[in-house]
Write a protein that binds this ligand. Structure first.
Ligand code: CTP
Ligand code: ZN
Length: 155
C-alpha cells in the first residue's frame, strides 16, 4: 500500500500501542483494562486494514505503560497482538504475548452455581491449551469452559 493511501493514526510521544488486535475485539480490550475510564488520551482505530489479519483494531494510550503480566492477560482475547512501548516517539520495547498459566480476578465463572459468586473472592482459572483450543478451568468449581464462553460472560 502506498504512503498516500495508508490509513494513519497519529504517532504518540510516550505510552503504549496495542497493535494487531483482531477486528471487533478492540472495544472489549479497552473495557477489560478500564482504559475507557482513563483520563489519559486514548486513540482507537477499528477495522484498520492489516496484511496479516485482514482487518485489525489498534489502541494507543498515552503515558500508560503495561507490564508483561498485564500484557499476557490480553493474550486470551488477542493472541497475536503486539504491545509496543513508546518513549520519546521511539518504539523502545515490543512485547509478544504468551498465554498465562493462570488468570485471576478478571472473568466471572460462567457456572451460576459456582461458590465464587457468593463469596468475596477473586475468580481464578487455570489456562488449558489443547492444540489451538484454549480452555479455562475454574479453581473453585473445577468446571472447564471454552475461552469464548468465559470472555463473553464478561469481566
Ligand atoms: N507508533 C506510534 N507512535 C510512535 C511510534 C509507533 O503510535 N511514536 C505505533 C505505530 O503506528 C505502530 C506501532 O506503534 O502501530 C508499532 O510501531 P513500529 O514497530 O514502528 O511499526 P511496525 O514495524 O509496523 O510494527 P509491527 O512489526 O509490530 O507490525
Ligand atoms: Zn466456578
Amino acid at each position: 500500500m502506498s504512503k498516500e493511501t495508508q490509513l494513519k493514526v497519529e504517532a504518540i510521544k510516550n505510552g503504549t500501542v496495542i497493535d494487531h488486535i483482531p477486528a471487533h475485539v478492540g472495544i472489549k480490550v479497552l473495557k477489560l483494562f478500564s482504559m475507557d475510564n482513563s483520563n489519559q488520551r486514548v486513540t482507537i482505530g477499528l477495522n484498520l486494514p492489516s496484511s496479516a489479519l485482514g482487518a485489525k483494531d489498534l489502541i494507543k494510550i498515552e503515558n500508560v505503560f503495561i507490564n508483561e503480566d498485564q500484557a499476557n492477560q490480553l493474550a486470551l482475547y488477542a493472541p497475536k497482538a503486539t504491545v509496543n512501548q513508546i518513549e520519546n516517539y521511539e518504539v523502545v520495547k515490543k512485547l509478544n504475548l504468551s498465554l498465562p498459566d493462570f488468570i485471576s480476578a478478571v472473568f466471572k465463572c460462567p457456572n451460576t452455581n459456582c461458590i465464587s459468586h457468593g463469596e468475596p473472592v477473586d475468580s481464578g482459572f487455570k489456562v488449558l491449551t489443547k492444540k489451538a483450543d484454549i480452555q479455562l478451568k475454574c479453581k473453585y468449581c473445577e468446571k472447564v469452559f471454552s475461552r469464548e464462553i468465559v470472555t463473553e460472560c464478561g469481566a
